[in-house]
Ligand binder design. Structure first.
Ligand code: HEM
Length: 331
């Protein structure tokens, strides 16, 4: 999430020196300043969430919602508004995760000779959108917990609170259908996003190199988020256009990842010939080469999924299968 430029980067890394690199400008960037800078971004995210919420409400009310097709009892938006809000936060969270990953890949990929937006602005956007993403992910899980607390009316209050919390936040607790896999996948995304995103703000303590090495794993957070959505999102449950769009949106990310790996901004990360790179071992080279092959395969894989229509979506049944809340079966 936060960019790959940081104080402590030396010219030997092959990176262009910039005010952010010499430690003076970047030294002023703290979690507090970025939280303040994230206010407009978070406001925009709030508006997007509200728009998605209204859209999902209207679809549930009209009976067009795929969520209602999967769980027919959920036909009253006035009752299930917290579930709808959770879904809306899920979508804005995924959209913001998409944006922050795209910005991160643009920053760490090949340098553009003439960028319409100054690099420092891109870096700031990357950091603020990453903070907003974490908040949206958390709000999504929190609203799901709130819905469970509301729903479990037959339980005592303490048990209700515990059930809502544990089903949403304790890995392995949620035991219904596809959720047994999908929920821990979402939790892993949330729990990894926080340290991998926030480590930027303690980079001076842990060392710029350690931070950079850890931060690149943030792509795993994004992959887990998309996987979780494809597995469990009822609005993309069926093999229909919303699922196709979701797959298609992954194409720019995969292409940018491939380009970033093939032409990284930092010279030290370039592949070169096996064993040629100073300090580079053959297994290390093989690993980096394998990363590029995998990224290329992902690009091809997404294209195949979109063109063939084999996107893992279920067939919409004439009669909807699930009979009780949050019970979604794999079929
Ligand atoms: C503690 C972690 C999480 C929990 C408990 C959780 C829970 C859920 C549940 C129960 C659903 C199904 C809602 C439906 O019926 O569609 C869902 C869907 C979804 N989740 Fe998560 N999730 C978590 C993490 C994440 C993360 C990190 C993201 C990434 C932004 C995410 C994005 C989504 C999206 C986009 C949907 C689809 C909603 C829809 O179909 O309308 N979730 N999540």
């Amino acid at each position: 999430m936060p960019p790959e430029t940081t104080p402590g980067t030396t010219p030997e890394d092959g990176a262009t020196p910039s005010p952010a690199r010499d430690g003076h400008a970047a030294g002023r960037v703290t979690l507090r300043t970025d939280l303040r800078a994230a206010v407009p971004d978070a406001t925009a995210a709030g508006l997007v969430t509200a728009a998605v919420f209204v859209f999902l409400w209207a679809r549930m009310g009209s009976g067009d919602s795929a969520t209602v097709a999967v769980m027919p009892f959920m036909d009253d938006p006035g009752t299930y508004w917290m579930y709808l809000l959770s879904q809306a936060f899920g979508w804005s969270g995924l959209l913001w995760a998409w944006g922050t990953v795209v910005l991160g890949l643009l920053l760490s990929g090949p340098r553009l000779d003439r960028s319409p937006v100054p690099r420092q602005v891109l870096e700031r956007w990357h950091r603020t959108t990453s903070l907003t993403t974490m908040a949206l992910m958390f709000a999504h899980a929190l609203m799901f917990a709130a819905e469970l607390v509301r729903y479990e009316t037959e339980l005592a209050w303490l048990k209700r609170l515990w059930t809502g919390f544990a089903d949403s936040f304790v890995p392995g607790w949620y035991d219904s259908g596809t959720g047994q896999i999908a929920i821990p996948v979402g939790q892993a995304a949330l729990y990894l996003a926080v340290p991998l995103g926030l480590l930027f703000y303690v980079r001076n303590r842990i060392g710029a190199t350690t931070w950079r090495r850890l931060h690149r794993f943030v792509i795993v957070v994004y992959v887990l988020s998309v996987w979780h959505t494809l597995l469990y999102g009822t609005n993309v449950w069926y093999g229909e256009w919303p699922r196709t769009v979701l797959w298609l949106l992954q194409l720019p990310v995969a292409v940018l990842l491939l380009v970033r790996l093939l032409r990284p901004a930092r010279r030290a990360e370039r592949l070169g010939a096996p064993g040629r790179r100073a300090g580079g071992s053959l297994p290390g080279w093989a690993l980096r080469a394998a990363g590029r092959v995998v990224a290329g395969a992902v690009v091809v894989g997404i294209l195949v999924v979109v063109v063939s229509g084999h996107d893992g979506g279920r067939q919409r049944p004439a009669e909807a299968p699930a009979s009780s809340p949050h019970e979604k079966e794999t079929e």
